[in-house]
Design a protein around this ligand. Structure first.
Ligand SMILES: CC(C)(COP(=O)(O)OP(=O)(O)OC[C@H]1O[C@@H](n2cnc3c(N)ncnc32)[C@H](O)[C@@H]1OP(=O)(O)O)[C@@H](O)C(=O)NCCC(=O)NCCS
Length: 440
């Protein structure tokens, strides 16, 4: 079939199909910065969120009000002092918070109503539901400072939220909670989003940001972080405050059972869609590593790697590798461990002159497949390749072509490989060649 004249959008839609399938029926919690409610771009964001729900995603939206509160406090010449890294919310500030939250919810309802008219057309649109689903407790007295109306998240009414999601509604929550005594407390919106994501065992926490993204020491954007790496990045003195808060939220969420937390620049039009429905997301992904730590292999892992790959070598799925070969190449390998057992491995072998890298020996233990481990390993190696300045990755496989294609690899010719690799090609095995260019 000649696909040269196929419109871009057709290809885009086709390529997004695995993601649409993967996200259908999943629960995502989205944190929206307060500044977003003050800008026209809210309309396109609402349209994208509405589209997510049409694609079967169950959404909880937590909005922040920090920007609005600061604006109002500045106008009044009033301060919201901080103590122990938390605000001290007095009566005046609480009065403003009530007004701002009320206005914010109305604003959100309005923009989603207009979103229905323009994007969904006729028919029932997206229903928004808010309510007293967050129980709070006072921060209280800390180091002799009474934090007054500042609160902490105590409990999330996950059953009610789930019931609303089951009915097809989007749940909208403000950064406030109610105590058992009927008092209102001001909460940190990141804490609310994280707590709700954990209580719902959400599949993703989507943290929209004002554009701060984590970078490595060379200034390169970091696309995938383990919670430990995210924690280290947040601890750096050069980390901007907003980024520190969002990374900390992501770490809490991942350690609390949320599979993935994404930091996404809300100023990039369509960022949510690109992050969720394309191979090359544009945000930073923090994924839990507590149970399956991904790390560079050491000689101590060779026994575990051999146990994992030997059955696949016997089946002819993987090319046989001796213990000696593995010892020589062990630095090329990353492994995932669970309970001290190597459950997955993959390697990146560099062809520096050609600025290319070969992905090989990707293996996930049969009991642990279909949980994205293979995908996460590839992402780790891709990150490693980008950091080393490689321009393309390639893989040779006899049976896993489709899986690699789903990971963004395209069929290629033998001549497209580095010359040194072409010389090693096994004509009896007749592996297919797949290439993924790495854009800079
Ligand atoms: C390929 C492999 C690494 C994927 O690991 P994984 O952790 O299960 O991968 P993911 O969870 O990211 O992806 C799983 C999806 O890929 C699909 N998949 C697995 N192997 C596939 C193959 N050979 N062709 C097409 N799709 C495949 C699964 O069916 C699953 O799809 P689903 O979610 O619709 O059920 C794993 O199946 C494996 O170890 N296979 C044997 C070794 C191998 O073939 N290695 C590649 C040669 S280098």
């Amino acid at each position: 079939m000649d696909t040269r004249n196929t419109p871009d959008f057709v290809n885009w839609l086709r390529n997004s199909s695995p993601y649409i399938r993967a996200h259908r029926g999943r629960t995502f919690v989205v944190l929206l910065p307060g500044q977003a409610l003050l800008e026209d771009s809210l309309a396109s964001l609402a349209q994208d969120l509405t589209l997510l729900t049409h694609l079967g995603v169950r959404l909880v939206l937590v909005h922040d009000i920090h920007a609005q509160l600061q604006q109002r406090l500045d106008t009044l010449g009033h301060q919201l002092p901080q103590s122990n890294g938390m605000p001290v919310t007095d009566d005046t500030s609480l009065g403003l918070i009530r007004e701002i939250c009320g206005a914010a919810r109305l604003e959100i309802e309005a923009v989603f109503s207009s979103g229905m008219a323009t994007s969904a057309g006729a028919g029932p649109g997206l229903r928004l539901v808010s309510g007293n689903m967050i129980t709070a407790r006072p921060v209280g007295m800390r180091d002799g400072v009474d934090h007054q109306h500042s609160g902490e998240l105590r409990r999330v009414d996950a059953d009610t939220i789930r019931a609303q999601l089951d009915l097809g509604a989007m749940v909208v929550l403000s950064p406030v909670g109610y105590s058992a005594t009927g008092e209102l407390f001001y909460l940190d919106a990141g804490e609310v989003a994280t707590g709700v994501a954990m209580a719902l065992r959400a599949d993703k926490l989507l943290l929209l940001t004002e554009g701060n993204t984590p970078v490595d020491t060379q200034g390169q954007g970091l696309e995938v972080l383990t919670p430990t790496e995210a924690e280290q990045t947040a601890a750096s003195p050069s980390c901007p405050d907003e980024l520190r808060q969002r990374l900390t939220d992501a770490v809490h969420a991942c350690r609390g059972g949320v599979r993935r937390a994404h930091l996404i620049n809300r100023h990039h039009d369509g960022a949510l869609l690109q992050e969720l429905y394309s191979r090359d997301g544009i945000g930073t992904l923090v994924t839990h590593d507590e149970y399956d730590a991904v790390r560079t292999a050491t000689v101590d892992d060779i026994g575990g790697i051999l146990r994992l790959i030997t059955p696949l070598e016997s089946e002819g799925v993987l090319v046989p590798r001796s213990r000696e070969q593995l010892e020589l190449l062990v630095d090329d390998f990353v492994v995932m461990e669970r309970d001290g057992m190597v459950v997955a491995c993959a390697s990146l072998h560099e062809f520096s002159e050609a600025e290319a890298g070969e992905i090989a020996c990707v293996a996930v233990h049969p009991d642990y497949r279909s949980n994205n481990r293979g995908e996460v390993l590839l992402q780790m190696l891709e990150l490693r390749a980008r950091r080393r300045g490689l321009r393309q990755l390639f893989a040779l496989t006899t049976r896993t072509t489709h899986w690699f294609r789903e990971q963004g690899y395209e069929p290629a010719r033998l001549e497209d490989l580095p010359v040194q690799r072409q010389a090693l090609y096994n004509y009896q095995r007749r592996s297919r060649v797949l290439i993924k260019p790495l854009e800079r």
